[in-house]
Design a binder for this molecule. Structure first.
Ligand code: CA
Length: 228
């Protein structure tokens, strides 16, 4: 999925961009309203900051909406209720107030995309396949093992979705906690071990999750079929 990110604040944009990439989104980042309106590459959703250096983000919102139906999520530091109302009236699909977490933004993106996309199209996009046994349908947040749906708790799903973004990569506990639980996690990470154990149990034979002492975890896809 391609995101057009319109944000002049570099640290905000950079952390959002990195977070979105980690979740498999493609991100085109522009810093002005003018650049957003001139952007020619196709995109599936717009994340639009209201406080832009050249134009008011609300005008950009209006102009984008006049051109087509691409979902627009307004992001703003303005906590003013008027902005939210005006933004939605001008055609924005949703609104996120700063400060926000990447995961909140991703949840909003998925929600507006679900509303925007015809069901047939979602089905046609199909799930991601890992090895011969495991599939993850990231749009529907559904996991199947040998074709049978696996019941996962929400955080188990989030953890699996994160670790399968890059099978074989060693992810630190901090990276995992930040991505799956909270942007600023300083507490104990025992809950992570509990969730890893649940995934190992529920998806035995399809994946392995190796604990690397003092660092974190590495998920691998089991190659070959169940019989081998
Ligand atoms: Ca701004």
């Amino acid at each position: 999925m391609r995101v057009l990110l319109v944000e002049d604040d570099e640290p905000v944009a950079e952390s959002l961009r990195r977070g979105l990439l980690r979740y498999g989104f493609e991100v085109a980042w522009v810093t002005t309203g003018g650049a957003a309106l001139r952007h020619e590459e196709p995109y599936d959703v717009v994340l639009l900051d209201l406080g832009l250096p050249d134009t008011d983000g609300l005008d950009v919102c209006k102009a984008l909406r006049e051109r087509g139906n691409v979902p627009i999520i307004v992001i703003s530091a303005r906590s003013d209720e008027t902005d939210r109302v005006v933004g939605l009236e001008l055609g924005a699909d949703d609104y996120v107030s700063k400060p926000f977490g990447v995961r909140e933004v991703i949840a909003r993106i998925r929600a507006v995309m679900r509303r925007a996309q015809p069901r047939a199209e979602v089905a046609a996009a199909g799930p991601d396949r890992y090895g011969t046994r495991l599939t993850i349908d990231r749009k529907a947040a559904r996991v199947r093992l040998d074709g049978e749906e696996v019941a996962l708790a929400p955080k188990e799903y989030d953890l699996l979705a994160f670790l399968t973004e890059e099978p074989g990569a060693l992810m630190s506990r901090e990276q995992i906690m930040e991505a799956v639980w909270d942007a600023n996690w300083f507490g104990p990470t025992k809950t992570l071990d509990v969730h890893v154990a649940a995934l190992r149990r529920k998806l035995a034979g399809a994946i392995t999750i190796e604990a690397v002492r003092g660092v974190g975890f590495r998920l691998e896809i089991v190659k070959g079929d169940a019989a081998s």
